[in-house]
Design a protein around this ligand. Sequence first.
Ligand code: DX5
Ligand code: ZN
Length: 216
Amino acid sequence: MVKISASVLAADFSNLKGEISRVLPYIDEIHLDIMDGHFVPNLTFGYPILEAVRKITDLPIDAHLMVTNPEDHIEKFIDGGASRITVHYETCYHLHRTISRIRELGAEAFVSINPATPVSILDEILPYVDGVLIMTVNPGFSGQKFIPTMFEKIEKLNSLRNSKGLNFKIQVDGGVGNENALRLVNLGVDILVMGYGVFRNEQLPTLREMLMKSGK
Ligand code: DX5
Ligand code: ZN
């Protein structure tokens, strides 16, 4: 069943607990965007927000590390309660080592690629990951527009998964909402990360229902 992962970057931080509680009936996971101002042109938050969210809900937490040297932070995020760590292909010199380390520490290991990075570059790592996160906007901010050529990229990844007989998850992040969610699910996406689509979407209950009815 397709999962909705709520990116808290789009929430009102002055009322984080209220915001998460409000959307709780419609989401499956929490997505934390950790940005360092180097790999991406924005600074967000780190461990204190992970700790705060851990106290608010028992839902699985996905730490999306948009930082240089992500391996320096993996252990602390897992200790703090993240059940999935997503690292960027573009930030890892030794991706296989980083992915293996995440799994050794007991978390799910996902690899993410930016819009301009082709899926073919993941060929050798696919057997080792629990999932692939296709960035459907350039990472850095919530509320950006979905890049339409990413539909084709997702199709390619799904074909690769089928032809190799692998069962890693496909996750998308950026500009996902009412207009494109179902199309993405039909292309093989398993997890939809949504910031605006969750926290700033009056149609969220309808969207959730539509996805449930799709049976995917
Ligand atoms: C962007 C982040 C996303 C972002 C998604 O770099 O990785 O998780 O918060 O926000 P929306 O869904 O509003 O595009
Ligand atoms: Zn993200």
